[in-house]
Design a protein around this ligand. Structure first.
Ligand code: MSP
Length: 683
């Protein structure tokens, strides 16, 4: 049988800094969608990766004193890097592309040449503005208050010989695509694109750069590198083997079913991307979905503003599934949402600990207590319930009435109808890219099931097992069955926890499937139930906030500590004049103390010979005790710009030697002869 294919992508991330919770949001959403489609039996291709070229990366690498490749390797493959983060978050991508992969680079060169040979790329001169952080070109009139309209940062003048893509040629076709199809979602993004970018007149796009070298060379014109967005967008096709031999499933998976992207890159995906595909005469992706941002204190998170939230810290403290769930449950996927630790903890406590966790632990505990862990034969669904369930599963509207509103048969019917109809409602939400609404549907059933416990008061029934035993068993069965159906539909969001949940309620592999989620009564009635570990423990708000603060302070200290071992920048020599600009001085330690709340930082008060004390913070508390350094004669570079760490200024850097012994990092401060006076210059 030919399975339906589903190709879904995340944006490929810039490895210019460690990823934050905003990046994690998009990847978790894509993962949940991919897992949902797999659950339904689709043949899924889920691609993610990293977008490693461009001026920003080149500059960052220079700042770090390493080659661009070493720089990105560290962020992508290194400890707590991109790949580690996706592993931790249980991301089930089928493929990971790095735009520095040879096969991708060779394909992009061919793509560029094809568009050039077709006449859609031509040579000219670029004169305008450039936003380095966004790697975006702008005209004067597009700027907002003279700054980048996307990120609000300073732009710089750019004038250079460049190749241009005839974007203007495709303006009408792109406008038609946006206005007359469901290509771009949510619909609200269409007006923004058409009114802000297409109607004012689409200008041709500058697609090569000459002022830096970290990019894919234009092979027929050395000196030019391909504009990073052209390089990046085609990743969606090269990762399938388009114009390369590395993979062989372009024909099978292209066009993409959906690209999930953040709202600020919708322009690239809904205007530039389809235009280039039209030029290449390639099929267009079926959908682009522009999701909102996670905001912190109402603003976008960014490393430069220092307001990023570290997903590692949250996942380690609250658990991966709780974090995944929170991201998908709390923020409507197409809109912005305000992130806060309090909101995260509140969601865990309300939905996971109270609603879902309690349902599972109360039900399994009662099956254990009243039935020794296995329900008796015959407690499963009765014929009327099966008929109702079937109608609900087919999406029929069912109105339930009983003479007595406290009739237990009515309670049963209400629960059965809610749980049996859940899969259809959930599917509708997932198919329209509304995971938050799908979760809302699941939680309505979980809440209904908890209410069902209160309506049936099993502890009262249990007082007379002889009379009420069969009724109690049926109540328990219904609870297990409703829990199971919810569990199946929560699997794409919390895969590891749902496996544990299934083990506890005794749902074997046949009862964990998409098909079984649409069939009330799939769980065998006599299945063995065991009350296991508490799936979602309640979080103490104050204690957790305190721990988070500590973890964040420690992480800030770690960031300030010695960098991980990196391959040195060997491609460029430092000229003598540049070298001479570094001001190394002998300094004497007058005082040294640990920085409160940081495990790594020591605060030095130094005599640098100037007559005024110099303060330097150094992340070396793992190697030295503060008191043992007082009186030592050290070396510092003193003309670095001051840097804030843990709210304190650090004016310079102490010089140390770092090496590795049996995989462990060793650090030695450079100590010189005490006879050398403070302030002596090293040259
Ligand atoms: N490299 C480009 C994408 C190229 S795709 C062909 C890029 N990279 S990025 O690392 O800057 O951003 C990757 C994604 O993370 C974007 O979709 C962006 O919107 C998303 N997010 C970054 N910060 C975010 C939030 N605070 N909230 C939600 N998503 C955000 O753009």
């Amino acid at each position: 049988m030919n399975r339906e294919k589903f190709y879904i992508t995340t944006p490929i991330y810039y490895p210019s800094d460690k990823l934050h919770i905003g990046h994690t949001y998009c990847t978790v959403a894509t993962d949940a969608m991919a897992r949902y489609k797999r659950l339904k039996g689709c043949d899924v291709m889920f691609l993610t990766g990293t977008d490693e070229h461009g001026q920003k990366i080149e500059d960052k690498a220079k700042e770090a004193g390493v080659s661009p490749k070493a720089f990105v390797d560290n962020i992508v493959e290194g400890p707590r890097g991109v790949k580690d983060l996706w592993k931790l978050m249980n991301i089930s991508n089928d493929r990971f592309i790095r735009t520095t992969d040879d096969y991708h680079m060779a394909s992009v060169q061919q793509i560029f040449k094809k568009m050039y040979e077709k006449g859609d790329i031509y040579k000219g001169t670029y004169k305008g503005k450039y936003c380095k952080p966004c790697e975006s070109f702008w005209t004067e009139s597009q700027l907002v208050d003279g700054k980048c309209p996307d990120c609000g940062r300073e732009v710089q003048d750019a004038e250079e010989e460049a190749y241009f893509f005839r974007l203007s040629k495709y303006a009408d076709r792109v406008q038609d695509l946006l206005e007359n199809t469901d290509f771009l979602q949510p619909r609200s993004r269409v007006n923004e694109m058409v009114n802000n970018f297409i109607k004012p007149g689409l200008e041709d796009l500058c697609v090569s750069r000459t002022s830096f070298t970290w990019g894919i060379p234009v092979d027929f014109d050395p000196g030019h590198v391909v504009y990073v967005w052209v390089d990046a967008l085609f990743n969606y096709t090269t990762a399938l083997g388009f114009l390369n031999d590395r993979y062989d499933d372009y024909a099978k998976y292209w066009p993409a079913d959906v690209h999930f992207v953040g709202k600020e890159i919708v322009r690239f995906h809904s205007i530039i991307w389809p235009a280039m595909l039209m030029s290449m005469e390639m099929p267009l992706p079926k959908h682009v979905f522009g999701h909102g941002w996670l905001l912190l204190d109402g603003g976008k998170m960014s490393k430069s503003k220092g307001n990023v939230v570290d997903p590692y810290i949250l996942a380690e403290q609250f658990g991966v599934d709780a974090l995944r769930f929170f991201l998908m449950r709390t923020f409507p996927f197409g809109s912005d949402g305000n992130f806060s630790n309090e909101l995260l903890i509140q969601t865990i406590n309300t939905d996971l600990a109270n609603d879902l966790g309690n349902l599972v632990s109360r039900t399994t505990a009662m099956v254990g207590k009243y039935f020794g862990g296995a329900l008796p034969q015959g407690c499963g669904p009765v014929a009327d319930e099966l008929a109702l369930a079937q109608m609900a599963a087919q999406g029929q509207q069912i109105s339930l009435q009983a003479a007595d509103p406290a009739d237990p048969v009515l309670f049963d019917a209400q629960l059965v109808v809610a749980a049996a109809g859940l899969r259809g409602a959930y599917e509708g939400c997932m198919e329209s890219f509304a995971p938050h609404k799908a979760l809302d549907e699941v939680f309505k059933v979980i809440q209904r099931a908890n209410k069902y416990i209160d309506e049936n008061t099993p502890w009262v029934l249990a007082k007379d097992m002889q009379a009420n035993g069969p009724r109690l068993a049926h109540v328990m069965y219904n609870l297990l069955e409703a829990t199971r159906i919810c569990g199946v539909l929560l699997t794409p969001f919390m895969p590891a926890s749902m496996d544990k949940l299934f083990d506890q309620i005794g749902a074997g592999s046949g009862c964990r499937t998409w098909e079984s989620a649409g069939v009330w009564g799939s769980l065998p009635p006599t299945t063995a139930v065991s009350k296991g570990e508490n799936l979602f423990p309640r979080v103490d708000l104050d204690k957790a906030l305190e721990q988070l603060e500590q973890a964040q302070a420690d992480a800030a200290g770690a960031d300030a500590g010695p960098a991980v071992e990196l391959e040195p920048w060997v491609e460029e020599n430092v000229d003598f004049d540049t070298f001479c600009k570094s001001d190394f001085r002998v300094v004497k330690v007058k005082a040294c103390e640990p920085v409160p709340k940081s495990k790594k930082l020591l605060r030095f008060t130094l005599d640098d010979g100037s007559g005024t004390d110099r303060q330097i913070l150094s992340g070396i508390a793992m190697y030295y005790k503060a008191e043992e350094l007082v009186g030592k004669t050290l070396v510092a570079i003193v003309n670095l710009p001051p840097r804030k760490m843990m709210g304190l200024d650090s004016c310079g850097m102490l010089i140390s030697a770092v090496h590795h012994e049996q995989g462990e990092e060793k650090l030695h401060l450079i100590m010189v002869d005490d006879a050398i006076p403070a302030g002596a210059k090293l040259c």
